[in-house]
Design a protein around this ligand. Structure first.
Ligand SMILES: N[C@@H](CCC(=O)N[C@@H](CS)C(=O)NCC(=O)O)C(=O)O
Length: 214
């Protein structure tokens, strides 16, 4: 906490969205943060000051001092390095950094579009698209978890948050099984105190901004 007691970090959050990844990440980080929660109906994420920080007009957004950090992968890498005391990232000199970055990009560049392909039933050539296929993504992830308990073995990192958040969402929509190495990994992630704090905040904010009736 700074001398003025004003946290350096601000999280722009909307319930029932990918914001959960940033919330969980901040809870793992253990740094104080200002919490700005809104629902999409407010249009907060399309206002000019917000778009100046996040040109895509999406959540989540973390601002560190004066520095906006949009995109979950970018904020996970940035925050884990910037607040390195939390031990959420291998140092840049550590060979494990390569595996860490691989999983970080796996979350956004492979899992995300593989989910979309499965959900929207896109017919694409696995050798042409960047993510291969949903099945290949699941096989590679299961292989990566063979040792466990985390993606980098004994060390939990911010990459577990990036991948884990996708799994939470995937399980909610029925894409991710409850059992097997991936289901077991997700169950382990859910036992983390930081995950549970984030989940309680998510539930509270979901009640504060309920889904509008059709
Ligand atoms: N690539 C972005 C994805 C963020 C995203 O898709 N957010 C959705 C909610 S889950 C959003 O803000 N949608 C509102 C909109 O686009 O208007 C990230 O990693 O942060």
């Amino acid at each position: 906490m700074s001398e003025t007691n004003t946290p350096n970090l601000t999280l722009y959050f909307a319930p029932r969205t990918r914001s959960f990844a940033a919330l969980w990440l901040l809870e793992e980080l253990g740094e104080p943060y200002r919490f700005e929660s809104f629902d999409f109906a407010s249009g907060r994420h399309k206002q000019a000051d917000y778009l100046a920080m996040h040109p895509m007009g999406k959540v989540p957004l973390v601002v560190d001092g004066e520095t906006p950090v949009p995109e979950i992968g970018a904020m996970a890498i940035y925050l884990a390095d910037r607040y390195a005391e939390a031990g959420l990232a291998p140092a840049v000199t550590d060979a494990a950094r390569a595996e860490y970055l691989r999983w970080m990009f796996f979350a956004s560049a492979i899992m995300e579009p593989a989910y979309a392909q499965r959900l929207f039933e896109w017919e694409v050539s696995p050798s042409t698209v960047a993510w291969g296929s949903f099945e290949q993504m699941m096989e590679v992830l299961a292989d990566g978890l063979a040792e466990g308990p985390w993606l980098l073995g004994e060390t939990f990192t911010a990459a577990d948050v990036a991948v884990g958040n996708n799994l939470v969402f995937g399980q909610m929509i029925g894409l991710i099984p409850q059992d097997g190495p991936i289901g077991d990994y997700l169950a382990r992630l859910k036992t983390r105190a930081a995950f549970q704090r984030a989940e309680a905040i998510e539930l509270r904010e979901g009640e504060r901004f309920p889904v509008a009736a059709e």
